[in-house]
Design a protein around this ligand. Structure first.
Ligand SMILES: Cc1cc2nc3c(=O)[nH]c(=O)nc-3n(C[C@H](O)[C@H](O)[C@H](O)COP(=O)(O)OP(=O)(O)OC[C@H]3O[C@@H](n4cnc5c(N)ncnc54)[C@H](O)[C@@H]3O)c2cc1C
Length: 230
């Protein structure tokens, strides 16, 4: 039986707090090199203030001396496909060529009813979501049983198939990803996941993401964010 998972943001931060703190200090050291304003000890407090100042002046290239990796779990291939468009990032995604998907895990929009029944357009009646997903699984399994390899049978997998990936980027690029992917126009799945990642970053990397603020909620209850104008 195929598994239907209600989409919820699920991810792991792969960098520890000590390394993130060190990177924040590095921003102040690099920035002060530019202004030739080195003075005394660089602390978490001074670096946070310095990073905020750089961002308010639009001097964001200094943020490129950093990196943070996030492992995304139980998100759909559709979402990964959007994430993978961000070219400055490095990506390693679960392979549909080598990994067998006979146990189909299907990511389902969380505001939709799993019990909903859908009228088939060929006039043959109604079908449940469960039956639809199980049918997709049967097609894939049958192809595998007939000797098709995962990379051949994958043509029959849905965009809602569960996927995992590790996504690494510098903090400037993460700011860009948040600007596009937490905005109202972003797709609800990537938006709801990125809103959670953003809020986690705000806690673990002080000063660098504070200018992104919640600005509303869409009709399905998913919040969206905007960058505060400087
Ligand atoms: C709401 C929404 C709808 C979308 N709809 C579609 C769609 O229908 N079809 C579609 O194909 N895509 C779509 N996209 C994807 C979009 O076109 C971008 O590919 C994606 O958002 C990555 O953005 P980016 O290129 O700014 O960022 P990144 O690739 O993360 O790059 C970051 C920044 O680096 C710079 N940069 C990177 N590469 C280059 C380069 N080669 N030359 C010059 N500057 C560069 C740019 O300033 C860029 O903004 C959509 C995105 C959003 C947010």
């Amino acid at each position: 039986m195929a598994e239907i998972i209600r989409q919820i943001p699920k991810f792991l931060i792969l960098d520890d707090s000590k390394s993130l703190r060190q990177q924040l200090l590095k921003i102040e050291i690099a920035g002060r090199t530019s202004y030739q304003s080195e003075k005394g000890e660089v602390t978490l407090e001074s670096a946070t203030k310095f990073a905020k100042m750089l961002i308010s002046r639009g001097h964001e290239s200094v943020l490129e001396h950093t990196s943070i990796s996030v492992k995304f779990l139980d998100n759909s291939i559709g979402m990964m496909r959007e994430l993978n468009r961000h070219r400055i990032a490095s990506v390693t995604e679960e392979s549909t060529r080598y990994v067998d998907n006979s146990e189909l895990k299907f990511i389902f929009p969380r505001y939709k009813e799993i019990e909903e029944r859908i009228n088939l357009t060929d006039g043959s009646g109604e079908i449940s979501i469960e039956k639809m997903v199980n049918t997709m699984e049967i097609y894939y399994r049958s192809l595998r049983k007939a000797g098709w390899s995962p990379e051949e049978a994958r043509s029959f997998l849905p965009l809602g198939l569960n996927s995992e990936e590790v996504f690494t980027a510098n903090w400037r690029e993460w700011r860009h990803v948040f600007e596009l992917r937490t905005a109202r126009a972003a797709h609800f799945e990537i938006r709801s996941t990125m809103v959670e990642v953003l809020n986690t970053f705000k806690e673990i990397i002080p000063g660098v993401f504070d200018d992104f603020e919640r600005s509303g909620v869409d009709k399905n209850g998913y919040p969206y964010y905007e960058k505060r104008i400087k």
